[in-house]
Design a binder for this molecule. Structure first.
Ligand code: GRF
Length: 205
């Protein structure tokens, strides 16, 4: 019996979804009850089906390009499934404020850079182009901005000789696959709150 039902949204390969399915799904009362996507053919959905998890796709075209209508249908489905937390694992769409209002402090994202550096798309490529020597991963709450919400977990990796994105991604993915599940476990345990003196700051434990 699940006392902490969660949902995952993914647009692509779904390796982060797989890490969640392998390490937090059906552990400590956490259950992945829904996996949604904006892309019907996303390989992530197949991973969910293989794990026996309900899936659905919500392409924008099915809602005449109306993002609010799409996100309302998505939020309705996730809430029907009972999701209390929504983890974005490579979900490549910005969620509308209307969606976020349905899950207050209940949407988290994994980003392949040390925010606030390199938000948005192609973060690893941005970091490489900037010539950084330290790369990293951030798990954060999602707010209405692009990768601007309060930071839950971060981990850095020194790669002073990295030259191409694939090389960096290999290390980054391994970190992501630990950090996103860890953030979900902490939230499920009630160990994540916002500092009343600074609501940008997350308190752990
Ligand atoms: C990850 O690198 C994540 O940081 C970014 O999208 C990628 C998704 O990878 N937001 P995968 O589909 O989980 O393999």
């Amino acid at each position: 019996m699940s006392n902490f039902p969660i949902a995952v949204l993914a647009s692509g390969t779904g390796s982060n979804l797989q890490a969640i399915l392998d390490t937090v799904h059906c552990h400590d009362g956490i259950e992945v009850v829904a996996v949604g996507s904006d892309i019907a053919a996303a390989p992530a959905l197949e991973r969910a089906r293989r794990a026996g998890v309900a899936t659905a796709a919500f392409p924008l075209a099915d809602h005449d390009g109306d993002r609010v209508a799409r996100d309302t249908a998505l939020a309705d489905w996730l809430q029907e499934r009972g999701a209390r937390l929504v983890a974005l694992a490579g979900y490549m769409r910005l969620l509308t404020p209307q969606f976020l209002a349905r899950f207050p402090l209940g949407v988290v994202n994994v980003h392949p850079a040390l925010l606030p550096a390199f938000p948005g798309l192609r973060a690893v490529e941005q970091a490489l182009a900037h010539g950084v020597r330290v790369f990293g991963v951030t798990v954060h709450f999602v707010d209405e901005g692009v990768d601007t919400g309060p930071i839950i977990l971060q981990r850095a990796v020194e790669l002073p000789r990295a030259r191409d994105a694939d090389e960096v991604f290999e290390q980054i993915h391994a970190i992501e696959h630990e950090l996103l599940p860890e953030a979900i476990r902490l939230i499920a345990r009630g160990a994540v709150t916002l500092d009343p003196d600074n609501p940008r700051r997350v308190l752990l434990g």
